[in-house]
Ligand binder design. Structure first.
Ligand code: XMP
Length: 532
């Protein structure tokens, strides 16, 4: 995406004094951006090749250089123009970022003598070495930091002083206060680093003076104005509404901007949870008076999925059929030149990194809602500079109910990835009923606040049971309840025994076709949250 397109689609541009983060391929780059925003300061991530353009466009108040998997002396180390150091903008290098700074400014980086430093370590702060206060509020001894580096700084460039060290790493923190260049060998952004947030605040707010005015809830008017400007006086927008947080917030925002020129399409793929379609109709068509077309394609999806048991094939079929249905419906709206999407910032960063950045392990983000570019429509993506919790705040500001903004994630392929083996209407019915019971029993007791997801899975095994005096031979359901911060890792959670008992009793007694309930006690990794 060009910088102009970025601006049109809602990313902040020139002169707001936020933090530009240059991604050298760090695992934690998004986390740095999150932490800066938690300070109330706008942040944006760019790749080294686009750093100069991003600097011109954004005019940041500070630059953070991220960590990365390479060594600065490797041939294929990511290249960043030293021009970023000549702009008079304060710079903080983290891990590889510190080593890059060191090398650019005439110091020396070498492989660590004892094979690197990974995980927890403690730093010792040099007294009197830090007049600018980068390490203000960090205890002088025993502060725990998280390290992850093979190389280390052997000789600092002229003008730099050591602010802190660890036993294996003499240069854990360094600074050239006159030029406002700072470097941390440890990762302040991870929660294991005890005073990491304070160090980031000291740099971003106190040293660089970035304004702490970024509040996702307060940008509603700005977002609406941008959508209006992009769509012009007559532009019509088609938007695929799934009922999830992202597309719901995007829809309400675009609706505020252009009213009846927004046309929402909700595809019922037959893989929805109980009550989902009705809730979407009620909220958007009735409460928000939106133009909403509900397309019942459930028979088509079921037919295409007939006999398919392989999880990946299921996903591919669902993705393809969704695009076909959406395309047919969108083409019916001939005047619509714009396609509205609830794309979030992590999706943008991932796709940028996948196409031009340095990050090695990023997977491209595929969603059932991911539509092909040959739809030949301009994209309206008002959320593309926001993280998920910021979108939630925006949704609340727009008056969306908690049932939408705090909704647990639901995968694009829907119940298909929870209905193991061949999918049939009958199995989906049983799964839907069991899932509704799990949700009701948890939500009605307000047990869901700290849970990431909670749902039922239909297993393709049958087992013997006895009901009344009758022998049964029916399917089993699994109950999956997990906590997580970001779905990358997750842990199973135990519900109170009386709740588990009630869920089990109700499923076995009320749902035809199920005679056994089991509990999934697997963490991610090595399991995944969904079963397929
Ligand atoms: P796994 O099963 O990989 O899931 O641990 C991680 C998170 O992603 C959700 N998920 C999806 N979300 N489209 C989505 O929009 C998908 O195809 C998809 N597959 C999994 C899952 O519910 C969990 O929150």
């Amino acid at each position: 995406m060009s910088e102009a397109a970025a601006a049109a689609s809602g990313e902040r541009s020139a002169g707001h004094g936020g933090v530009l983060i240059v991604d050298f391929g760090a695992q934690y780059c998004q986390l740095i951006a999150r932490r800066v925003r938690e300070l109330g300061v706008y942040s944006r991530i760019t790749v080294p090749a686009r750093a100069a353009a991003a600097l011109d466009d954004m005019q940041p108040g500070a630059i953070i250089l991220s960590g990365g998997p390479c060594s600065v002396y490797e041939q294929d180390a990511p290249e960043l123009s030293a021009d970023v150091l000549r702009r008079g903008v304060p710079v903080l290098g983290i891990c590889y970022g510190l080593q890059w700074l060191t090398q650019q400014l005439g110091g020396a980086v070498e492989p660590g003598t004892s094979g690197g430093e990974y995980g927890r370590t403690e730093i010792e702060v040099e007294s009197g070495a830090d007049p600018a206060g980068l390490l203000r509020d960090v205890p002088s001894r025993g502060s725990v930091v998280w390290m992850s580096h093979g190389d280390r700084v052997e000789r600092l460039p002229e003008g730099f002083v050591v602010l802190a060290s660890s036993a294996p790493c003499p240069v854990a923190v360094a600074a050239d206060p006159a030029r406002k260049f700072y470097g941390l060998q440890f990762h302040p952004e991870v929660s294991h680093t005890q005073h990491g947030f304070e160090v980031l605040r000291n740099f971003v707010v106190d040293i660089a003076g970035c304004p702490t005015t970024w509040q996702p809830g307060s940008i509603v008017d700005d977002k609406i104005a941008r959508v209006r400007a992009q769509a012009g006086d007559e532009g019509e927008v088609v938007l695929g509404l799934s009922g999830g947080v992202d597309s719901s917030v995007a829809a309400v925002l675009v609706h505020r901007a252009i009213g009846e020129r927004l046309h929402c399409i909700f595809v019922d793929n037959g893989l929805l949870r109980a009550g989902e379609r009705e809730a979407v109709e009620r909220l958007f068509a009735v409460d928000h008076h939106m133009d909403l077309k509900v397309v019942d394609a459930s028979a088509r999806f079921l037919e295409e999925l007939q006999g398919v048991t392989d999880p990946e094939r299921k996903r591919k079929i669902i993705g393809r059929v969704f695009v076909e249905v959406f395309r047919e419906e969108a083409q019916g709206l001939r005047n619509a030149r714009f396609l509205g999407q609830g794309t979030l910032y992590p999706d943008v960063i991932e796709s940028v990194a996948a196409h031009g950045g340095a990050t090695a392990t990023i997977k491209s983000h595929h969603n059932v809602g991911g539509l092909p570019e040959d739809l030949d429509m301009d994209l309206v993506e008002p959320l593309r500079d926001l993280f998920k919790d910021e979108v939630r705040a925006l949704g609340r500001e727009l008056g969306l109910p908690g049932s939408v903004v705090d909704r647990q994630p639901f995968p694009g392929p829907g119940l298909a990835v929870r209905c193991l083996g061949e999918i049939t209407a009958e199995k989906l019915r049983a799964l839907r009923e069991a899932d509704a019971i799990v949700r009701h029993e948890i939500e009605s007791r307000d047990l869901h606040q700290d849970l990431w997801q909670y749902f039922a899975v239909l297993l393709p095994v049958q087992s013997v049971g006895v009901m009344g005096d009758r022998r049964t031979y029916e399917n089993a359901a699994a109950v999956r309840v997990v906590s997580s911060q970001d779905a990358m890792t997750a842990d199973w959670e135990l519900l109170p025994v009386d709740v588990l008992r009630r869920i089990s009793n109700r499923i076995i007694n009320e749902v035809a076709g199920l005679n056994r309930v089991v509990l999934d006690i697997s963490s991610k990794p090595p399991a995944t949250i969904e079963w397929e």
